[in-house]
Design a protein around this ligand. Structure first.
Ligand code: ZN
Ligand code: FE
Length: 269
């Protein structure tokens, strides 16, 4: 029997500020970046879900640390998808740019993007609209955050700029499932870059209200990030002018040059 109920995506909080996203149809579930096994196994049991696969975006421990314990706790072996270009213990399926994943339960198709920047081997998973997916969904790991982007631990500003450009080309209604609740501190920085961005100012108020109620500020959308996220707005006059004034440069010829300046600024903010 093919389950055709709408897919649901819920955050499983882990550590201080990680979200392990659980995609399910009421019976079968996938989890994205299980850094810790304990909250995942508890969640599956509480919701009577059968785990059928694990999606990994990058090798950092807060995204991979639970894989082996989860596999040990299951009766059957399940596929573990992850980047091809690095060894991740437990990974069974090596993913590269453009790869398609067809999952039977929960029924969904995913496309893989290589998005180097935060790490060199970082990938993201995109689900376009499908019978049971009303809005496209992006699982972007630590590449894009609400109003921010990942730190450049391994990649260059040019790589991150190209990775974010792949996301910017996705449909504006794409739901973006980021893996950390960094939104309020990202907004503080974004306001330093663009103090007069009206969309950002109203988002700051809404996000504060959500966090006051302990609600996740995620998922965000690509359309929203194009309006409020300085790292997605390196091609705008506002962010360029701010980057020129903070750096003292007279010209920053490409969005990647602008990203380099504001990423370095954020690192010491
Ligand atoms: Zn990371
Ligand atoms: Fe992380």
């Amino acid at each position: 029997m093919v389950k055709n109920t709408l897919l649901q995506v819920w955050p499983i909080p882990a550590f201080d500020d990680n979200y392990i996203w659980c995609i399910h149809d009421g019976e079968s579930a996938l989890v994205v970046d299980p850094g810790d096994s304990v909250p995942v196994l508890r969640y599956l049991e509480e919701h009577k879900l059968t785990l059928t696969g694990i999606l990994i975006t990058h090798h950092h421990a807060d995204h991979t640390g639970g894989i082996l314990q989860i596999l040990q706790a299951l009766k059957e072996s399940i596929p573990v998808y992850g980047p091809a270009s690095i060894d991740i213990p437990g990974r069974t399926q090596a993913m590269m740019e453009g790869d398609k994943i067809e999952i039977a339960a929960p029924r969904m198709s995913l496309k893989v993007f290589e998005v180097p920047g935060h790490t060199l081997s970082h990938i993201a998973y995109f689900a376009n609209m499908q019978a049971n997916v009303v809005e496209p969904m992006l699982f972007c790991g630590d590449t894009l955050f609400a109003s921010g982007c990942g730190r450049l631990f391994e990649g260059t500003p040019t790589q991150m700029s190209e990775s974010l450009a792949k996301f910017a080309a996705l449909p504006k209604n794409t739901l973006v499932f980021c893996t950390h609740e960094y939104t309020l501190s990202n907004i503080r920085f974004a306001l330093a870059v663009e103090p007069n961005n009206a969309n950002l100012l109203s988002w700051a108020e809404r996000a504060q209200e959500m966090r006051a109620k302990h609600l996740p500020t995620l998922p965000t959308t690509i359309g929203q990030e194009l309006q409020v996220n300085p790292f997605m707005r390196c091609d705008t006059k506002e962010v360029l002018e701010s980057a020129l004034s903070i750096s003292g440069e007279t010209s920053l010829p490409t969005p990647a040059h602008v990203l380099a300046v504001i990423r370095a600024w954020k690192d010491r903010f």
